[in-house]
Structure formats: structure tokens, C-alpha cells
Design a protein around this ligand. Sequence first.
Ligand code: GCU
Length: 596
Amino acid sequence: MLERSTIGENALQALHDEDYAAPFDTRALTHKGLLFTGGRDAQSLDGDWNFCVDLLDTGLRQKWFSMLPAAPENRTEPWDYDPYMGETVAVPANWQMLKEKWYFYEGSAWYTRALDHSPRAGRRQILRIGAAQYDCKVFLNGKFLGNHLGGSTPFCVELTDDLQDGRNWLMLCVNNARTLDRVPMRNTDWFNYGGIYRETQLFDLPAAFIRDMGLRLGPDGASIVVDLEIDGADHGDVQLSIPELGLDQAIAVVNGHASAVIPAQPELWSPDTPKLYDLQARFGDDLVSDRVGFRTITRQGTDILLNGEPVWLRGISVHEDDLTLGKVTTEDDLRARFQHAKELGCNFLRLAHYPHHERAAQLADELGFMLWQEIPVYWAIAFDNPATYADAENQLLELIRRDRNRASVIIWSIGNENPDTDARLSFMRALADAARRADDTRLIAAACLINHTRNRIEDRLAEHLDVIGINEYYGWYDENITDLIEIGRNSAPDRPVVISETGADGAIGKGAPETGLFSEAYMTQVYRQQIEILRDLDYVKGMSPWILYDFRVERRQNIFQNGFNKKGLIAADKRTKKEAFGVLAQFYHARARGEI
Ligand code: GCU
């Protein structure tokens, strides 16, 4: 086609231009464009999309997005892919879970679907993608509208000015390649799923609407602080109503922003009493709603205080992973996850190592679990690369903007197991500052490493954190469990420590070893010893052992692992419990009863 097309000038360029992607890497789709979706109707764009993997990025080189629909017999030039026909896949899904041929596929893939539209005066259309791993480029009717980086947070694109009356074509190019400059970078201990794996929606809005809304308990505990961002109008009134609190209040919009401190005495949210309030906010023709709990989470010395009372976090870590669905989340799967956490005696979950589906925090609000949420600043990120920092900060701000009304979320974690270098320190210090600017009502943490040289909990980042997460595997990677006793004695942190990871692999079923490494018995032993030591460290105010379920990961290939990390207390079938599950549950239930 290019050889003979009128856009011939593109022909050679497509073959010889290795900067072909530059025009399509504006990274313009960020946290600033996120839309508050609570209580809004939306047209679901889920379902079958035309799909094509594109290992060589031929689509960007040849500009497949600028092709016009035509029947094969009417095409006058050779073509390499026709986005308007051919193979389809379901959205949301990870392509690795759909066909054997795509199991280890990493690279670009194209999604195309028709979008029929009949314009109505004064209305605006906003596309929202729940999550697409990793770089997602958006094209409408051949026009590039921007791209989004980050595989675990939502993003929005305004389509209003580019939608035509009748049939439109929406094309997304999603690339999940593992690179040095991404967040996470190219080496992780979880499976690199790809694709559009959370809901896709089209919102039809009035010309002026509520772009964002945040609520929290006032620092005095006797008021509610609300702030809203209005898009499309500078002035007017937002009507906020919280019927159960007898609150129905007009808040003036000034230069597109509205904020107020409203006296109120809400019942406080906690895991034992997960009280939520239904609320609505109206601006002109636009109406949104939410269910919000009010609580405070602070720290004092080495104590974590929930509503002013010391709390001990009985937790477990979880990945967003499933044997058949990959990273696609379902309501049933989430409820099963929380049910297992309840059986364990948990009041806390660490959602690792990236933002999970937003339904997780909504359910935690309802069911009464506290959450640690994290962005995938994992291992050896390119800490000296400003573009990598911009990507990481944007993922953080998207997470905060998406979940800041969730009472269950008590901790924002800015990373996991990073080397204690100067570049890392300034990178993560800046992230901690950015998190506090965006939300000063939660604790900032990171999963840090033990200082193995000085055998103590010590990390230069700690003074910029509220909670020091510690990942330690004594009895497993560090074979000598007694070292943990010494470390416990050597360390004198001045703030709360949460053991964000500990544990051991335990294979079960056919071919599993009876004893020794990778045996269930060995895993149980490690849990017993860990609990014995950690329970006596007074600055340890919680733990979230690694991990609730075995999970898929390419880098685990020994005869007991077979592509899975086997540190789950439950097997990857999400049913079969291992012996260590009982050991931890016994400890947690005893703690919950105040016996220890
Ligand atoms: C690390 C890391 C996890 C990993 C775990 C393990 O601590 O944070 O992502 O899966 O160890 O080795 O099992």
C-alpha cells in the first residue's frame, strides 16, 4: 500500500524511520483528566473488539489507524492489517489468557471497535479506560488523542470534538513491553499480563460537570471537609446532601473549584463498625453520588492510631492474579478474597505491588478491612530518569484521585524493595512529598529492606515515611531465623514498622516434597518461628505475610514452582489451604480476642 499510495512519501519513512513512535508518545492522558464516576450512568464499551498483536509496531509505522474502512475487494493497494475486520477478543481481558499463542506475548496490540454516536447540543463525551497494561495510545477516526502510561490506574479521554454523527472508529494500541524506564521496570516477580483488562466506558455529560470530588473528616473530628473541581463552569453552586447527617448544603464554585468545612458528627468508620454515608452532589444538570466513611488514621511514636486508638494490623498481602482470568477482577473473586482474609482473622490487606481494581477498596469499605495501596516502584527502577519519575508520580496521583474517598485505604505505599541509593532517595522522597500534597490524611509507607550490613532495620528513606514496611524472609532466603531475633534487638525505629512481607514457598499436591525447602512442613515451620519472634517486637504494629494465594510468574521455573510463586497460604486454585494458613489464623484470632 505504502509503495503505491498517494502518501508515498510515507513509504520509505515507514521502512526507515525508527523514531516512528515519537509523535504518539505525548503522555498527555494523566491524573488531571480523570473523571469522578460515582453514581454516573455510562455506556459500556466492553465486549468484542477487533484485535491484532503487532510485534514489530507495524501499525504505528504504517499508520494503520489512518486506514479507511473498505471491503477487501475494494481495496486498491496491498495492506498488512485491516482494523475493521478479522480476529476479535473480549474486553476486558488479558491476551495471555485467551490463546496459547499469546501466553508469553509482549509488545503492541491493536484493539478496534465501532462507536455509533448521534450528537446532542451541549453534551460532552468522555472515554474512560479502567486499566490497560502498559502504554495505551488512543485514536478516534484516525486522529491520535494521546497516550497513557501505567498499567494499573484509570485514564480518561475527551472525545466530544472528534466524534462525528453516525459511525466512529475507536482504536487503542496497547503495549506491555518490559523496559528499563517503565514503572515497574523490566524485572518483576509477577506475571507481565497485557491488554485492556478493566472496564471501558463512555460517559455522556452536560457541558459543565463535576470533574472531581473529595471528602474527609476535618482535623477537629467534628466537621467534614469537601472539595470539588468543576469542568466547564467557573461559578455557580454545588448542592451537597448527606441525608443521614441531615446535611443539605450549597457550596459556592469559584474559578471552577468549590470547597467547604461543614460541621458534622459522623459515626466513625472502623473494621468493626464500617459505617458508610450515602451522599449526593449536584451541579446544574450534573449529579454524582458516593458512599463514604469518615475516620482518622495517624501515627504517634511507634503507634498507628485509628480514630485516635492504637491499632495492630493483622494483614495478608495479595496480588491481582487468577489462574483463568489473569489480572481481570470479578466481584465474586474479590468477595472470596475478603472472605479468606476474614477466616484468617485479618483486619488489613496489602494490595501489592500496584493499584488493584477500584472495587477492591469499595468492598473493603463495606466489609471493614483496612488497606495498604501501592504503586509499582519495584526493585531497580530508573531512579535517575526524570521521565520515569513523572510516570511514577502520575500513577501515584491517579491512585490517590481514584480512591481518596475510601475510608478503608489507610496507607499509600510509594515502592517496594528498592536499593538504598542517592538517586532512589531523592526519587522516593519526592513521591512521599507528592503524596502528602495530594492527600495529607493518610500514612505514607514503602516496603524497605533490612540493612544486612549493620543487621538492623535502617533505611535513609524511613525519615520521609510514616510507616516503615519491612520485607524479610528469615528462615527462607536468609536461612538463619535467629538473625531476625538479633535484628529485632538491634533496631530502634522511631515510627511504626509493618512487616510488609515474610513467608516461604510451600508446594502441595502431586510431586510436592514431604520435607525441606518447598515443602508445606517447612513453610509451616517458618511461619511458627516468624510469629514467635515478631509478636514480641513492640515497634512492630502489623504484618502482611507474603501471600494469600500462589500466583503466576515467569521467573519461577523449578520442579515445585512450574511458573508459580508458591508462597501462598492457599494454592492458585484459591481453594486449597496450606497448613500455614491455620498457623497464622490462630495467631490473628488470638490477637483479635486480645489474648496476646
Ligand atoms: C519480594 C517481592 C515480592 C516477591 C517475593 C518473593 O519480597 O517484594 O514481589 O514475590 O519477594 O520472593 O516471593
